[in-house]
Design a protein around this ligand. Sequence first.
Ligand code: G3H
Ligand code: 13P
Ligand code: ZN
Length: 327
Amino acid sequence: MPLVNTKEMFEKAYKGGYAIGAFNVNNMEIVQGITEAAGALNSPVILQVSSGARKYANAKYLIHMVKAAVENFPELPIALHLDHGDSFELCKACIDDGFTSVMIDYSGHPYEENVEVTRKVCEYAHDVKARGRYITVEAELGTLAGVEDDVKVEFGKSSYTDPEQVQDFVNRTGVDSLAIAIGTSHGAYKFKPEKCTRNKDGVLVPPPLRLDILEEVSRRLPGFPIVLHGSSSVPQEYVEIINANGGKMPDAIGIPENELREAAKRSVCKINIDSDLRLGMTAAIRKHFAEHPDHFDPRQYLKDGRDNVRAVVTHKIKEVLGSENKA
Ligand code: G3H
Ligand code: 13P
Ligand code: ZN
């Protein structure tokens, strides 16, 4: 099948109580590792491209690599999504290039501007007469700063998404899915240690996700797909391999996988994961160099990196997303 948008994926995921993994792609090995895992497990998947990825790899290379993956896995529903589009122009460029889904992220702007720009992107993306296809649009309400900034947690006074805004936002924009802020955050250092507790083994335990906000949002938007950004779990085994092999990542910490699984059982239909792929790839390559100081052929160490990307995605599909055999 050709690249798909996220509409049907999300409808099925919502009803089935699972989520689709949205994995960031930056090079060929990452595209291959993700799609090999999804293909082997018969799982739908979203490959997403950030502005940084477009700059690094050149947008055309990424699009063609994703299309190669689609040819390799013709039975698999694969969406090509723009991650954190910061302008109408960027969303338009990606749509014109063949992306099947885009995110317009105006969450850092005043509410009315967020409504206006999101509405404009939706108008363009949903114009089936003009484009010959329906491109799905994701937007965001709330910011992911989270607990480390000491935000107050009352609805409406914090970076957390204000559930009172969500109906107005969705009705006025026509957006297809909504990213919300319930305590996740981007990167490999999601919480300051002093904001965490420690379990009996001394391991940091981050503050729990605000599933109450998620539930309130879903009560106001029944059947509507919700997205979680910043959902890497920062596996400590990879952090340890990195640190044991010349790396330096003290206090790297992520979102516990069981909490993400709970979110996926509810209205969360898309879970964004990038940092865990970076960690998996880096751990494998650092280990490879430590074990084979004589190697200099990139295919030798990039193969290990790709294998670990596949291992990360396999684990996510089975243990976190629940999307195995849902293609
Ligand atoms: O949400 C951000 C993603 O992890 C993409 O990161 O902008 O460094 O490509 P990037
Ligand atoms: P992580 O940094 O937690 O992997 O989040 C990725 C993300 O949200 C991409 O949009
Ligand atoms: Zn994100």
